[in-house]
Design a protein around this ligand. Structure first.
Ligand code: GTP
Ligand code: ZN
Ligand code: ZN
Ligand code: ZN
Length: 267
């Protein structure tokens, strides 16, 4: 739970947080309830993705580690092969969605205001405005933050964390929750490694392995295209795996209505 910075209440779930509570419900139980509401909503979001045979990938990193730039390079590389849609999360501005739209891809911007992460309710609102028919991959670019996004399931299938060469190779040790939960780690901006003589890729990898993570660590530069093939191969493999899972476990249709669920806080 995002107790440290008190950011649990977002524009997506404020209707639950501020609902009248029965007597004896404490702030802690309201926050715990928000998290369980988030998980319910995330499961529902996953049925949306599954109903469309979409692989949903949550991109997380510090601000500026290169998420949008990687998306731009990925869209260029996969243009003739896969259909991509993007959900962008930022505190303010449509900048990232505009960069992605300039590549000819549907992109929905969620501006979170003060919230330092996306939650499943915000993503659900976006899902109902983003046409998913014929889409293969949905990227969710989470708000730049190595702490809070790790606590909120959005309904994604895979988590990818980016660590840029400019940030220091000890980030996995300092932000273990995010790195431990990643299915893939990307060491980005590798074109800068020659001038950053204090960043040791081997040290970053050792810090990741010290968390008992077996996630692959790929070194890439979205700027030069170095290492991009490994990332694309990973995406293709995960999409194939997800489609095989759906073939053996056919997806349920998302059950609606979409009226806001009534607040059900834990006692
Ligand atoms: N040298 C180099 N610069 C890069 C690379 N990828 C991104 N950048 C630069 O790093 C800056 C931030 O990149 P973005 O892609 O906007 O980062 P972001 O993670 O989307 O940032 P937020 O959405 O604000 O969290 C921009 O100036 C990019 O051009 C790279 O591979 N090499
Ligand atoms: Zn971005
Ligand atoms: Zn937070
Ligand atoms: Zn729905």
């Amino acid at each position: 739970m995002c107790d440290t910075c008190g950011c649990n209440v977002t524009p997506g779930n404020a209707h639950l947080a501020h609902a009248p509570q029965p007597e004896g419900v404490t702030a802690v139980s309201v926050l715990r309830g928000l998290l369980s509401e988030n998980d319910l909503q995330a499961r529902h979001n996953r049925t949306h993705f599954d109903a469309h045979g979409v692989l949903a990938v949550n991109l997380m990193s510090s601000p500026g580690a290169g998420k949008t730039r990687l998306l731009e390079a990925t869209i260029d590389a996969l243009r003739d092969e896969l259909r991509i849609a993007v959900i962008e999360g930022d505190l303010e501005t449509e900048n990232d969605a505009e960069r992605v739209r300039a590549k000819g891809v549907a992109a929905l911007q969620i501006t979170t205001g003060t919230a330092c992460h996306l939650d499943a309710h915000m993503v659900h609102d976006a899902l109902h405005r983003l046409p998913l028919d014929g889409v293969d991959l949905v990227f969710i670019e989470n708000v730049g933050n190595l702490v809070c996004p790790a606590s909120f399931d959005l309904g994604q299938h895979r988590n990818v964390v980016l660590l840029s060469a400019t940030e220091g190779d000890d980030k996995p040790a300092k932000y273990p929750v995010m790195f431990r939960g990643a299915d893939l780690a990307l060491l980005t901006k590798s074109d800068l490694l020659p001038v950053l003589d204090d960043f040791e890729p081997a040290r970053a990898e050792a810090a990741l392995r010290a968390l008992a993570s077996r996630a692959p660590l790929l070194t890439i530069s979205a700027r030069t295209g170095d290492g991009l093939e490994g990332w694309l191969a990973w995406l293709r493999g995960e999409l194939r795996a997800e489609r095989e899972r759906l073939a053996t476990h056919p997806p349920a249709s998302p059950s609606h209505p979409h009226a806001r669920p009534r607040a059900r806080m834990l006692p």
